[in-house]
Write a protein that binds this ligand. Structure first.
Ligand code: GLC
Length: 594
């Protein structure tokens, strides 16, 4: 899930260099992205925004964000061009995993507000014109959920609602049924004294896994979807989807061990085994198709805009693509494209960026819509991971590729990770590690409170404390200040969002090419409309470029449409396509002049 940290970085480094050595310059294909506007759907060109409610805006003064805070800031989302926002969980929860451990799927946690607050949020969102998407957590509940308590008590309806097993006796001692390891470290099985059985938890032990081989569970989950659809949500981000099914038990009710990875030494580390029985079971894909049908049936009965599914999966790309659907069934409109998160690092060159982007476009089944994601509440922030000097460049990339964009809150103003001491660490994934490695695991640094202004606590709360520390940089990096600075991250982001309404950027073909190892170029074109070329200088070199050597059918004269603070050029300046100069880390949008 989110625990791969170091291995990935080294893997990416090797891959980056290996790729640079072997791949020819001309690697790119023209992607026909033409969207027939008469048949297009709202989500196909939408700009999505992820809100982590605990850290967005606190209206009550308790130092934790809430629904009224979100409602108050909806006009801000409109200001920055957002179509729809997905909210990390807001449901009743003991907060062992900050809301991803739900004790009642039908209630709002009092920390976030009341059901009336939620209804008011939907009402205001409709007025403002921003859609609300909820986080659906199908893999597990909290152990404090009534369903789990009833399962412990073997209530007939709930007895097999979770994955239970008596364990095995080895040399007279009772042991967990298998060697399965939790994503958050340690055995994935926990003994329950009352029921005298182990239950499975792929995340923390307070998150028991549902048993998806029980049709009643699937029915309950569909009911949850319908309940929130009736409240007026536009869809769901579905959490930890590859983990929902485990392999079916054998005739005796036993599960097999997972094979141990070569060289693995720590049996408590999730990387110890190959997760062939706890992840990506083939039934999962059809389950998503079933959820899609629930959404489509609801819309068919009740009218209104399409409802969408966003799927959280870090699986192999060929599996991810199956979530889109097939010839006979519709799947999720947006299986999240995490390629840019999992493959890119601060050493990646333009060839590797291009390969990463084109991989998705090449693998995507015909007729589906691409989506682009650079960050979320589980990953280091973009500026920390890929370089603070590349923040505008990366936002520009995200917003000019064809299809949907997804921005994690704060990336538009260039927030970076906050260092959090071991003592202040609260993320269970980090707390389950030890002090020497917690920083590699911790998701707290990217979850610090949103920086609204240079006032006390960055304008996030009127209270005196915040649940995680505020960034030291908040006096410079905040919405209020950036609104007033012409080429701030925020203003560049807003200009890019405005450009997404342009016909070519919205509906045109795309071509993503590395010009050399430092410069990535994206061409967007549409018959009878101006062509755009977006140039990103990933590195600190000064580049002189001849765009005719890279792209066909480009007129000679070009105009600067968007520049950043790293440019000396201004909007409206003209330049010849065969003599474009890019400064270190400069990113620009150019348009052909007739
Ligand atoms: C997903 C969420 C993560 C959570 C986990 C368990 O990966 O994004 O934050 O901890 O699922 O629900």
């Amino acid at each position: 899930m989110m625990q791969y940290g170091r291995i990935l970085v080294i893997g990416n480094l090797l891959a980056t260099f290996a790729y640079a050595a072997v791949v020819p310059l001309s690697n790119s294909s023209v992607q026909n992205n033409l969207i027939d506007e008469t048949k297009s759907h709202w989500w196909q060109t939408a700009s999505f925004y992820q809100i982590y409610p605990r850290s967005f805006k606190d209206s009550s003064g308790d130092g934790v964000g809430d629904l009224r805070g979100i409602a108050e800031k909806l006009p801000y989302l409109k200001e920055i061009g957002i179509t729809a926002t997905w909210l990390s969980p807001i449901f009743a929860s003991p907060m062992a995993d900050f809301g991803y451990d739900i004790s009642n799927f039908y209630e709002i946690d009092p920390m976030f507000g009341t059901m009336e607050d939620f209804e008011a949020l939907i009402k205001k969102a409709n007025e403002v014109g921003v859609k609300i998407i909820l986080d659906f957590v199908p893999n597990h509940s909290s152990d404090e959920c009534e369903w789990f308590q009833k399962s412990v008590d073997r209530d007939p309806v709930f007895e097999n609602f979770y994955v239970w097993h008596p364990g095995k006796i080895v040399n007279g001692t009772r042991k967990p049924p298998t060697n399965w390891v939790s994503i958050f470290r340690g055995s994935a099985w926990k003994w329950n004294e009352k029921r005298q059985e182990y239950y499975l938890h792929q995340f923390v032990d307070k998150q028991p896994d549902f048993n998806y081989r029980n049709p009643t569970v699937r029915h309950y989950m569909n009911e949850i979807l319908r309940f929130w659809l009736k409240k007026g949500v536009a869809g769901f981000r579905c959490d930890a989807v590859p983990n929902v099914f485990e392999v079916a038990p054998d005739a005796e009710g036993n599960y097999p061990d997972e094979p141990v990875n070569e060289g693995a030494t720590d049996p408590d580390d999730h990387g110890y085994t190959k997760h062939i029985y706890t992840s990506d079971q083939p039934e999962t894909i059809n389950l998503v198709y079933e959820w899609r049908k629930v959404l489509d049936d609801f819309t068919a009965e009740n009218g209104g805009d399409d409802k969408i599914l966003m799927i959280e999966t870090w699986s192999e790309i060929d599996i991810v693509m199956q979530y889109y659907g097939n010839e006979t069934a519709e799947g999720a409109q947006m299986p999240f494209n995490f390629q840019m998160i999992s493959r890119l690092n601060s050493n990646s060159n333009a060839y590797y960026y291009a390969e990463t982007i084109n991989l998705w476009m090449d693998k995507m089944p015909k007729g589906r819509t691409a989506n682009w994601v650079l960050g979320n509440h589980d990953k280091n922030r973009v500026g920390t991971r890929l370089g603070a000097e590349r923040i505008d460049l990366l936002n520009m990339l995200l917003l000019t590729l064809p299809g949907c964009s997804v921005t994690y809150q704060g990336e538009e103003i260039g927030m970076t990770d906050v260092w959090i001491s071991w003592n202040d660490t609260v993320d269970p994934q980090a707390c389950n590690a030890d002090e020497s490695v917690y920083l590699e695991k911790s998701r707290d640094p990217c979850r610090s409170p949103f920086q609204w202004s240079d006032e006390k606590n960055a304008g996030f709360t009127t209270g005196s404390k915040t649940w995680l520390p505020i960034s030291d940089l908040y006096r410079d990096v905040n919405v209020k200040k950036e609104r007033g600075v012409q080429l701030s991250h925020l203003n560049v982001y807003k200009k890019m969002q405005a450009l997404r309404h342009d016909k070519t950027i919205k509906n045109g073909d795309s071509e993503v090419k590395p010009i050399n190892e430092n410069v990535l170029a994206i061409k967007r074109s549409l018959a009878n409309y101006p062509t755009y070329v977006i140039l990103l200088n990933i590195n600190k070199t000064v580049e002189t470029l001849d765009l005719h050597a890279v792209f066909n059918n480009l007129s000679t004269e070009m105009e600067y449409v968007i520049v950043t603070a790293k440019s000396i050029r201004r909007v409206g300046d003209r330049a010849y396509a065969d003599q474009i100069i890019l400064l270190p880390n400069e990113a620009v949008v150019l348009r052909t002049v007739k």
